[in-house]
Design a protein around this ligand. Sequence first.
Ligand code: CP
Length: 312
Amino acid sequence: HRHLLGIEPLSPADITIILDLAEQYVTLNRSARKHSEALAGLTQINMFFEASTRTQASFELAGKRLGADVMNMAMQSSSLKKGETLIDTALTLNAMHADLLVVRHPHSGAVDLLAQKVNCAVLNAGDGRHEHPTQALLDALTIRRAKGRLHRLNIAICGDIAHSRVARSNILLLGKMENRVRLIGPPTLVPSQFAEFGAEIYDDMREGLNGVDVVMMLRLQKERMDGGFIPSEREYYHRYGLDAEKLACAKPDAIVMHPGPMNRGVEIDGEIADDINRSVIQEQVEMGVAVRMAAMDLLARNLREAPQTVMA
Ligand code: CP
């Protein structure tokens, strides 16, 4: 693959290759000298058109640990403000011989479009409600490490599925790896089309959590609700917030995940989020750095093997 735009084009073998390499980077990141030369001589540019804490910080750290020259574009002060289009901005960076472009954008499909116009490798850091492939990969690595396998698990994804690129990428990845995915939430936030992906849909959380191995919680993405129905936080927490009583419906060794940013007391009880016996939320963040290192390392190997000619 030349780019990492989504989980959709990846095969189970591709996913396993990325996760296996990421394991090596977990070891490197835990060592005293967190440095490799895998991206030495390459230029990585991060373009975030939407807010980010975890993804942007971990892509920056990942590039630096692999020896790349990393630049974070300050999109708020870029010439986009003067009317320059996304594509013209990307072509400008392309002409500066960027090798890796990491892009987050509020519009679904914007990153795919950009990838068609540049000759560097493009990594999707989240586009609208479409895909967030490195999030699904880091979630997969976290699950594999906690459960010892990444197949034949029962995994519940709970909350605002409709507006979530994290849910979409996870549904695709977990399905490809032959897991059973349940989607839990109010019908307004869990579109029935998701059944097409082979997922089972529940609006009763206790029923949906019954016997699952993994409980993945999602935030209400109000910024994507476009004035549509927004549930009251108190009512939402009562019905769909993960508390000890609802978690007791899952398997006794079920792990609790959340991609962040987290709204404590809305979709998850703060005590559960902090319970190191159940919650792997901090491990997800750690895996994020390793997975992004692996993804960029593999794309850089492709770049070196088949350098692209400069487009007109
Ligand atoms: N999980 C995630 O994408 O977090 P950020 O929005 O902070 O990058």
